[in-house]
Design a protein. Sequence first.
Length: 112
Amino acid sequence: MNCIFCQIIQKEIPSEIVFEDEKLVAFKDINPKAPIHLLIVPKKHIESVAVLNEEDKSLISEMIWRAKILAEEQGIAKRGYKLIINCGEDGGQLIKHIHLHLLGGKKLEGLV
């Protein structure tokens, strides 16, 4: 598979991983838009929100729960943070593997 996130998950491409379990991996974005910018990615390859199915509901929930825990660990939970999932080309999705952006560490008014 030519998916960069799958290659990161398989440790074929180096990244700064901050969390990993049997279902998810979280790593620092290489082009951060905030002082804290992590990507939370399921190990299961799912192209986008548009192709989610019923069996993926718990995985999406786990991604959000993990973002909450990571925000606490990164020290940004009390002041606030932003969670973003882009869907499709017009929605700004650059990598065709669903992922959740966790951004914080500064006021994020400019980001949608």
